[in-house]
Write a protein that binds this ligand. Structure first.
Ligand code: NAD
Length: 310
């Protein structure tokens, strides 16, 4: 068993980003600037956003954290998004999900200007991804691709099984693993809550990507010998032996699955750290205007036009 070490690989990328930012600034440009909006006091979201802001500083980005109370109205959140869309100093921004239930996350995602949508969740970015056209890739799938690439894991012709079909992880991951690229070019099966006999599929996986959000769900008897196992899940599990009263668990029962896998990601220390790298790389691309998405009007219909690849 080999560890797919998110700590090692994320440090590698952060160093590269830091060097690139220093060069960019030395050439007279302003540092990339990422803003994050957080609504309410969800503990896990607070931790994720704090980590993103901290990492920005480590690579030389500017960052702005906008905290809004849990009872923020949709109108106020919309105004906040509009002002970030118009703020020339901000290169990209995210609205941390999940939002309190009275807020409409779909309209929030659609309100963010695609050229500043460094989470890659806007339908324009998602659609462009589907068509293999320039776009910001969603940060978690992007981080997983970087991890596979770093360890030179062959994906072409392999059978990749993804558990989970969410818009932010499972579905884009399926798409990216199947497209003609490296990593990619795999034959992909997507499993979800409607799948019967899940084990039948997971046992066929050369590469198994678990993104279902159920602690230690994937057991030893569900994994083929020699499989590459990517664990996306992060769930807080009560643990009185831990000072915080909980520990973080992945979707894979690591201790029993690791011995039969060829490569496996730990939780924590795996995909989560790579997600931040995906976000930083998208923000760097936004700052360098490598992926310019301009609103254009043809016959009074608003369209979006990507000017360059990145
Ligand atoms: P989600 O709840 O939106 O989607 C879960 C998916 O899993 C659904 O499509 C559902 O059909 C499927 N599913 C649920 N139970 C299942 C079962 N028993 N069998 C088969 N499929 C089942 O979740 P999400 O946003 O995709 O996140 C999944 C997990 O990944 C969560 O633990 C989340 O915290 C974590 N996550 C981690 C990162 C990271 O950076 N590591 C990023 C995003 C999400």
């Amino acid at each position: 068993m080999n560890l797919l070490d998110g700590k090692l690989v994320s440090e590698h990328y952060k160093q590269k980003i830091k060097t690139e930012v220093a060069q960019w600034v030395a050439n007279g440009n302003k540092p990339p600037h990422l803003a994050a909006v957080i609504v309410g006091n969800d503990g896990a979201s607070e931790a994720y956003v704090a980590n993103k802001v901290k990492t920005c500083a480590a690579v030389g980005f500017n960052s702005t954290l906008i905290r809004l109370p849990a009872d923020t109205t949709q109108a106020h959140l919309n105004d906040t998004i509009d002002s970030l869309n118009d703020n020339k100093d901000i290169d990209g921004f995210i609205v941390q999900m999940p939002l309190p239930p009275h807020l409409d996350s779909i309209s929030v995602t659609e309100r963010i200007k695609p050229s500043k949508d460094v989470d890659g969740f806007h339908p324009i970015n998602m659609g462009r991804m589907m068509l293999s056209q320039p776009c910001y890739l969603p940060a978690t799938p992007k981080g997983i691709l970087l991890l596979l690439e770093y360890y030179k894991i062959e994906t072409k012709g392999k059978h990749c099984v993804v558990i989970g079909r969410s818009n932010i992880v499972g579905s884009p991951m399926t798409m990216l693993m199947s497209r003609k690229a490296n990593p990619g070019n795999a034959t992909v099966t997507i499993c979800h809550s409607g799948t019967t006999n899940l084990k039948h599929f997971t046992l066929q996986a050369d590469i198994l990507i678990a993104a279902l959000g159920q602690a230690e769900f994937v057991k030893e008897d569900m994994v083929k010998h020699g499989a590459v196992v990517i664990d996306v899940g992060i769930t807080r599990v009560d643990d009185n032996t831990n000072a915080r009263g909980y520990r973080l668990a992945g979707d894979v029962a690591f201790n029993e699955v690791a011995p039969l896998s060829s490569y496996i990601t730990p939780v924590p220390g795996g995909v989560g750290l790579m997600t931040v790298v995906g976000l930083l790389l998208n923000t760097l691309a936004a700052a360098k205007k490598k992926c310019i998405i301009k609103r254009i009007k043809i016959n009074k219909i608003k369209l979006y036009d990507f000017k360059k690849n990145y």
